[in-house]
Ligand binder design. Structure first.
Ligand code: NZQ
Ligand code: ZN
Length: 380
């Protein structure tokens, strides 16, 4: 069956467009009086988004407590500290102001506040979450799709894991996406965001199930990003181009590309997460390193599928040409396509050991230790 049985669920109310944040206060007010405002290392203050959000919350008469300092590739320590603050202040609702790292952390902070166990226990399924508190996201970076999905990714350096946790309780209640909040994203993270949304589409494409219409939708999302992405890289403050990419990113991972499928694959994300954990490489950068290599590993295993990607994306029947064109696109927007070009000191055998240790694999296409060996060679 090309169309697999599936269940679709998405409870997030999306507020998209310029000045949508003008209604933030009234929306958050529905969920209570005490707000935990979570943000990152300071970009939101520097570029004025913090002031806009705080004004809204104050005008609505809400009491605000803040947790700041969430780092890219967020860590469980911050989640724990923010959870403790939220419990102490007895907050009713979380407002996450930032990119994927802030929103993901806030999802687990919500579970932590409503629960009675160490939040990492949710990430490992050692504890089953029963409830959460409402989460409202104000997104400042187009990339992850976290604004409209049930996933959260957090690192734990003690245990040596970067884990993804997917649960219906994780969906934000409301997400506010004003493309003007993303004009300050620097060139490198803009490129990583474009890579990330393309990678999400490909993870879906290489998942189990091949529904014809969804193959078309999924590759059209990629084509849209490939059309507007390079233009945006030359015109970073262009709100219209930012809006195109922001919508692409949401659509790439809000469930749509999984319709008619059993699952996505997510092997490439697994490979990338271990690189972020080891070397603090940006998420999108790890994906532009891993995707061409993964495709080269699989070109004799799933030639027809890769050929279909090539036909839909690049109008080519040649599998090698398709992979090369994808890699060339990543290079064009200056996202690194080799680990050795990622700007960090890395170690090949350390990478391999980490992949083996955590048995990195895909849900649809399994990866063995021998595959890891081939992949590490292809990626250096
Ligand atoms: O910390 P601040 O100062 O805010 O700076 C951030 C950070 O340095 C900066 N930034 C964000 N918005 C900005 C801005 N700078 C200027 N102007 C703005 N408007 O950008 C840097 C990166 O932020 P981050 O939140 O880490 O980026 P992203 O949105 O790419 O999130 C990456 C995280 O999400 C996870 C990744 O693994 C990674 O940990 N993912 C989450 C997914 C999900 N929940 O569905 C799926 C993804 O595959 C991914 O795994
Ligand atoms: Zn991703």
């Amino acid at each position: 069956m090309s169309v697999q049985n599936f269940v679709a669920y998405n409870p997030t109310r999306l507020h998209f467009g310029e000045n949508v944040v003008d209604t933030l206060g009234s929306v958050v007010k529905q969920y209570g009086k005490k707000v935990l405002l979570v943000y990152g290392k300071g970009s939101v203050k520097k570029y004025g988004y913090y002031d806009k959000v705080v004004n809204q919350l104050q005008q609505a008469g809400l009491e605000i407590f803040e947790y700041s300092g969430i780092k890219p590739n967020p860590i469980i320590e911050d989640v724990r500290l923010a959870t403790a603050l939220g419990k102490e202040k007895n907050v009713d609702v979380i407002v996450a102001l930032g990119g994927g790292s802030v929103v993901d952390s806030s999802k687990i902070i919500g579970l932590g506040i409503a629960g009675d166990v160490d939040p990492w226990e949710f990430m490992t399924w050692s504890a089953k979450p029963e409830k959460t508190i409402p989460l409202v996201a104000v997104l400042t970076l187009a990339a992850t799709g976290t604004e409209m999905n049930g996933a959260a990714v957090v690192q734990n350096h003690e245990t040596g894991h970067k884990s993804g946790f997917v649960h219906p309780l994780n969906f934000p209640k409301d997400s506010f996406l004003d493309p003007a909040f993303t004009v300050s994203v620097p060139a490198d993270y803009t490129a990583y965001g474009i890579v990330d949304l393309i990678a999400h589409s490909l993870e879906a494409f290489y998942g189990a199930g091949e529904p014809s219409v969804v193959d078309r939708i999924t590759t059209d999302i990629i084509k849209d990003a490939m059309e507007w992405g390079p233009k945006l890289m030359n015109d970073l403050s262009n709100v219209e181009l930012r809006a195109n990419i922001m919508l692409d990113a949401t659509l790439a991972l809000n469930g749509l590309t999984n319709y008619g499928k059993v699952s996505g694959d997510w092997g490439v994300h697994g490979l990338g997460h271990e690189l972020s954990l080891l070397y603090d490489l940006a998420h999108g950068a790890t994906l532009s390193m891993a995707y061409p290599a993964w495709l080269r590993l699989h070109k004799d295993r799933i030639p027809n599928r890769i050929q279909k990607m090539g036909q839909l994306l690049f109008n080519t029947n040649d599998v090698d040409d398709a992979i090369n064109q994808l890699e060339a696109f990543f290079e064009k927007i200056q996202s690194p396509v080799r680990i050795s070009k990622g700007g960090k000191e890395t170690n090949k055998s350390e990478v391999l050991n980490q992949w083996n240790r955590n048995q990195v694999s895909g849900m649809n296409h399994k990866l063995s230790n021998t595959d890891h060996e081939k992949l590490v060679e292809l990626m250096y």
